[in-house]
Design a protein around this ligand. Structure first.
Ligand SMILES: NC(=O)c1ccc[n+]([C@@H]2O[C@H](COP(=O)([O-])OP(=O)(O)OC[C@H]3O[C@@H](n4cnc5c(N)ncnc54)[C@H](O)[C@@H]3O)[C@@H](O)[C@H]2O)c1
Length: 449
């Protein structure tokens, strides 16, 4: 009897997902939440976007966009399908599913800052109701859903609803499902990226799979939220450690007179057991430099040291300093000092073809150059101006490419595909290339590092 009641409730919600009658609320209209809202909207779901930033809410409601790769037309198309944005959490009660996509940064002490997740769950908890699916997508350490999200949901909702466990016949369904987007990489369509789903109960897992199954071709169910949380961290730690490995080997190869990029190209012809990663000026973005430390922090609770993560962090963090050394040496070869030299940083974004500056090594490089007395400018088609750097305000505006010849060195930090590297080399006095963007161009002006 108990099972059939809960089965009835689950099937009703599942049917609503399948028929697109379910209303989807997405909390956090950022790089993750907004594209997800558009995916659901494209599948004819009525989507509500929740965000505490009033400018984001008003831009979206005016049919505009604040993310370069999302065109205003896509927002307007979604509006026709019922999409709107709000800061009014009472509308949570009208949703059948609520997906949380808020930031999970590190604090000043390099420890997980879950304040955004906590605040979000505290804000939605009073309006959460039975038979609602609540999903956390923010990247975080294993245990967050169980230890942070569920207790706040249960203590904060006015009707005393509980999260459904095991064979309970009613409650709130809770799931963790990590976001796996690769910004700037269109080689895999978003709906072709398999979606990992870990539910707090079989019913929650089934509903999570039903919902995501409407927009993703493949759903990968795992046995618990903690497994799903750890899966995301494994993926990002794997990336972080391998990038550190090639960054270290690049430095050795330079000493040995070997081109690391040629080595990687040769190694990647191996049809098994090798996946290519590429060296660069240091890690950036909201994920790879941050997420691994969520696990390091959690591991301490178990008297465990995550040595690979710490070593990788050390190597990757040192890369901007290595770049400065290379610029200094290249100028020195030309009998110039870094102090007083005019340096143009080409590309600010943390990676190619994105308008995202978070944790970008370019900011560290600019600050280090300034500290050493260089006169620094930048060019990046994605940023007309830059206010805040890593540690202080930079207050810089974009320098047009037709002024390249004025600079003692042009440092390629981000290899946007829109740049014409041959023309850049021709017009510059010296090019320090941290991305192998000038591959195939032969010129004594180029220093690759
Ligand atoms: N950006 C990526 O490529 C990427 C990829 C995979 C996973 N992730 C993870 O996804 C999560 C979100 O990242 P993002 O890049 O979208 O962040 P973001 O900063 O672009 O967006 C987060 C949004 O949440 C809003 N917000 C903050 N607190 C809120 C609250 N209490 N209520 C409502 N809205 C609130 C912010 O105003 C912002 O618009 C993070 O955990 C991140 O690690 C990001």
């Amino acid at each position: 009897m108990t099972t059939s009641i809960s089965e009835g409730r689950v099937s009703r919600l599942k049917r609503k997902m399948e028929t697109r009658e379910a209303r989807i609320g997405i909390v956090g209209m950022g790089y993750v939440g907004l594209p997800l809202a558009l995916l659901f909207s494209g599948e004819r779901f009525r989507v509500t976007g929740f965000d505490i930033a009033p400018d984001k809410v008003s831009t979206l409601n005016a049919g505009g966009s604040y993310i370069v790769r999302i065109l205003p037309e896509s927002i307007q198309e979604a509006q026709k399908a019922g999409f709107h944005a709000t800061s009014d959490y009472s509308q949570i009660a009208e949703m059948d599913a609520v997906i949380i996509c808020v930031p999970t940064p590190l604090d000043d002490h390099h420890e997980p800052d879950l304040s955004y997740v906590r605040q979000t769950v505290e804000s939605i908890a009073p309006f959460v109701r039975e038979d609602q699916l609540i999903v956390l997508e923010s990247t975080t350490y294993p245990g967050t859903t169980e230890e942070i999200v569920i207790p706040i949901l249960e203590s904060g909702n006015q009707h005393g609803f509980r999260v459904m466990r095991g064979a309970d016949d009613s409650g709130i369904y809770v799931v963790f499902s990590p976001e796996r987007e690769n910004p700037g990489d269109d080689s895999v369509a978003r709906h072709d990226i398999p979606k990992v789903v870990g539910g707090c109960s079989p019913a929650a897992a089934e509903l999570g799979a039903a919902m995501y199954g409407t927009i993703f071709r493949r759903v990968v169910p795992v046995s618990s939220p903690a497994v799903a949380e750890m899966t995301k961290l494994l993926e990002n730690i794997y990336r972080c450690v391998n990038i550190a490995l090639v960054n270290e080997l690049k430095q050795l190869c330079m000493k040995m007179g070997i081109d690391i990029h040629e080595v990687i190209e040769a190694a990647r012809t191996k049809p098994f057991g090798f996946h290519a990663f590429y060296p660069g000026p240091g890690l950036g973005g909201h994920c790879i430099p941050i997420d691994p430390f969520y696990l390091s922090w959690k591991a301490r609770e178990f008297d465990f040291r995550t040595r690979f993560i710490e070593l990788a962090g050390e190597v990757n963090t040192a890369m901007p300093y290595f770049v400065i050394d290379q610029i200094t040496a290249a100028l020195n070869e030309r009998t110039k000092a870094l102090k007083g030299s005019k340096i143009l940083v080409l590309g600010l974004a943390y990676k190619r073809d994105v308008d995202d500056l978070r944790e970008s090594p370019s900011l560290t490089i600019i600050e280090l150059l300034r500290e050493k007395g260089a006169v620094v400018a930048y060019n990046d088609p994605y940023f007309a101006s830059v206010g805040q750097g890593r540690h202080y305000a930079l207050n810089m505006t974009n320098t047009p490419l037709d002024r390249l010849a004025e600079f003692d060195a042009v440092v390629i930090v981000t290899d946007h595909t829109s740049y014409d590297y041959r023309a850049i080399v021709e017009q510059s006095q010296l090019v320090v290339d941290t991305r192998n963007a000038t591959k195939g161009i032969e010129s004594p002006k180029i220093v690759r590092c």
